[in-house]
Design a protein around this ligand. Structure first.
Ligand SMILES: [Zn+2]
Length: 375
């Protein structure tokens, strides 16, 4: 498959190369250019996300999928007088949307001869990368903040990953992982926040949504946004099936909303230290793909919406009470949509999709606390 890495900031270009994950010229983000721009029929055995193999950077695994990734439901949900559609990526194999990116990235790295991956995460990406490393036969080491809650790491350890705690900030953890990868030529830094192949897997959530809508585009799409891979994935996925794109809305917690702030101020994305929030997965002070995130918003007439903790908790309780069990970060899109309904920006005649990114079983201690406080 003929595709290349390109840096949207400085124009650097390179052939695909297993150890490359960041622009070597300017330390910026990389994206992939040169994939076919329209999905065509996949191999007969391709299932789940691999039905879109013609626009993925790696071939379908021999069994059709690795762990059954893809084909998540799109269900109607009535809220504040409007029916929205929930894309339940909480039901992917490890319980988060990251499985889409992890499946494609691990399959790609295995094919190009990598034997060991190094990642940094304290939550869903660790579990997802560990599971797909196990499924593809890659060794996996996860660098985590020493302060990370052990509960979030059990899943990664159960999948056989070696978990290495690092003292210091989240940036220190990423630096330790990058250093470890640099010093071992058999290893690849397989960061969900940086690696361009990861986003190409994530984009399948938009391709599936388009197919589930009978080949129509929604009017607006609300996406929980931390590092931005789900948002950038939506931009690339919808962009692969249509020239006109749905409005993409980045939903962030007020306590950590660097993308919303940049959108409001028409300014570049800059660091915003996270305040307290139950939306743990969105506590990213400085996303690694700022240029693609901003293009996703500007090219789709999109916007950023910051969600208060109070509205997020209210939205979670509403979802849970109707049997939709999501983790706090995963409800940011629905909560942001409620802000837009209140403002009159989202109306009943619109086709509205909210990405539900993670399962409630990921966050039992936090959910228990919310439930206890509400009795
Ligand atoms: Zn560059």
């Amino acid at each position: 498959m003929e595709w290349r890495y390109r840096c949207p900031a400085c124009g650097f270009e390179a052939e695909p190369e297993p150890v490359l994950w960041q622009c070597p010229a300017c330390a910026g983000e990389l994206l992939i250019d040169g994939l076919p721009d329209r999905a065509v029929d996949a191999s007969a055995h391709a299932a789940g996300i691999w039905q879109f193999e013609s626009i993925l950077p790696v071939e379908t695994p021999s069994a059709g999928t690795l762990l059954g990734e893809g084909d998540t439901p799109l269900i109607p949900f009535h809220v504040d007088g409007v029916t929205i559609l929930l894309k339940l990526d909480s039901l992917l194999p490890t319980g988060s949307f990251k499985d889409r990116g992890a499946a494609v990235l691990c399959q790609y790295l295995k094919r190009v001869g990598v034997t060991r991956i190094i990642v940094d995460s304290s939550g869903n990406a660790a579990a997802s990368m560990a599971a797909y490393a196990a499924a593809t036969g890659l060794e996996c080491t996860v660098y985590v903040p020493a302060s990370a809650s052990p509960g979030k790491l059990v899943q990664a350890r159960a999948a056989g990953a070696c978990v290495v705690p690092v003292e210091g900030s989240r940036d220190d953890v990423a630096a330790a992982a990058q250093q470890a990868a640099d010093s071992d030529r058999t290893a690849s830094y397989a960061s969900h926040n940086w690696h361009p192949v990861f986003v190409e897997g994530v984009k399948t959530w938009a391709l599936e949504t388009h197919r589930q809508l009978g080949g129509q585009l929604p009017d607006a799409v609300y996406v929980p946004t931390g590092g931005g891979s789900a948002l950038v994935g939506a931009w690339r996925g919808f962009g692969a099936v249509s020239r006109s794109l749905p409005r993409l809305i980045a939903a962030q917690p007020e306590a950590c909303s660097p993308i919303v702030r940049a959108w409001q101020e028409h300014a570049p994305v800059s660091r915003m230290e996270a305040g307290p929030t139950i939306a743990e997965g969105a506590k990213i002070a400085l996303p690694s793909r700022p240029l693609q995130i901003q293009r996703a918003l500007s090219e789709t007439d999109g916007r950023g919406i910051a969600v208060s903790e109070e509205l997020l908790i209210d939205t979670l309780k509403l979802l849970w009470s109707r049997g939709v069990y999501v983790e706090p970060t995963g409800a940011l899109g629905v909560a942001a949509c409620r802000v837009a309904i209140t403002n009159g920006e989202a109306v009943p005649t619109d086709t509205i999709v909210a990405h539900v990114t993670g399962h409630g079983l990921k966050s039992t201690p936090v959910i228990e606390q919310i439930m206890n406080e509400s009795v």
